[in-house]
Design a protein around this ligand. Sequence first.
Ligand SMILES: CC(C)(COP(=O)(O)OP(=O)(O)OC[C@H]1O[C@@H](n2cnc3c(N)ncnc32)[C@H](O)[C@@H]1OP(=O)(O)O)[C@@H](O)C(=O)NCCC(=O)NCCS
Length: 208
Amino acid sequence: MRASDSAGRYTTEKNMQTDSYELHAPEENGRRKPDIDIRDMGVDDIPAVFHLGEKVFTADKTPTLYRTWDEFEVVSMFNADTDYCFVAELEGQIIGFALGNIVEKKRSAWKYGYIVWLVVSPAFQRMGVASRLFNKLTDKMVEDGVRLFLVDTEADNHPAIEFFGSKGFGNTQQHMYMTYNPANVEQQKEKKRGSRGKKNGNDHRRNG
Ligand SMILES: CC(C)(COP(=O)(O)OP(=O)(O)OC[C@H]1O[C@@H](n2cnc3c(N)ncnc32)[C@H](O)[C@@H]1OP(=O)(O)O)[C@@H](O)C(=O)NCCC(=O)NCCS
C-alpha cells in the first residue's frame, strides 16, 4: 500500500509482513531512504519519550495549563494504559510518540478515546509520522470499544488544530483556564485597605 505525493515529499509504504511502514524520501541520487517504525512503547523508551517531549514542550510553552510535561506524566500514562502508548522510531531513535487513555463515564455506555500527547520531533514533521501514530492509536482504541475521540490543545496551537482538523475532528468547544494566586490577591486587598485608610484620614481632617 503506497501513497504517492505529487509534491515530491515523503511518501509511506506499508510492509505487510512486518506491519511496519517505511518513510520514503523523494528519490535523490539513489540514496537509501529512512525506515520509520511505528510500534508499541516499551519501558526502555520512557527516557527518550520524556526527553523528546521536553524538547517540544518547553517550560514557557506548556501545551495546557492543567497538564504539565514531566517524567511523572510519562510514567503514569505508561503505567495506566500501556496499550495506548506508541512510539515512532528511526534507526534506533525515538522521533515521535502518541500517549492516550480511555475514559469511561458513569451512566454512559460510551467509551471515549482521549489522545493526550501526540508529538513528532520538529525535524520530522509534515512527513505523515503523526498521522501514522494517530492511526495506530485510534485503531487500537476502536478495537477496544471506543466510539468517540477527544483531544484538547491550546487555542493558538495551529499545527495541532490543523492536524486534528485534517483527521475529521470538529465540534470545537471553547474552554477558559484562569489562574488564582492568593498572595497577589492579598497584596491587592492590602493596597485597597491602605488607600481607603488614607482617603478616610484626609476626609477626617477636611471635616474637622
Ligand atoms: C501536531 C503534530 C503532532 C503534527 O505532526 P506531523 O507529523 O507533522 O503531522 P502529519 O505530517 O501527519 O500531518 C498530517 C496533516 O496535518 C496537517 N498539519 C500538520 N502540521 C501542520 C502545520 N504545521 N500546518 C498546517 N497543517 C498541518 C496537514 O493537513 C497535514 O497533511 P499534509 O502534510 O499532507 O498537508 C506536530 O506538529 C507536533 O508534534 N507539534 C508539537 C506537539 C503538539 O502540539 N501536539 C499536539 C497536542 S498534544
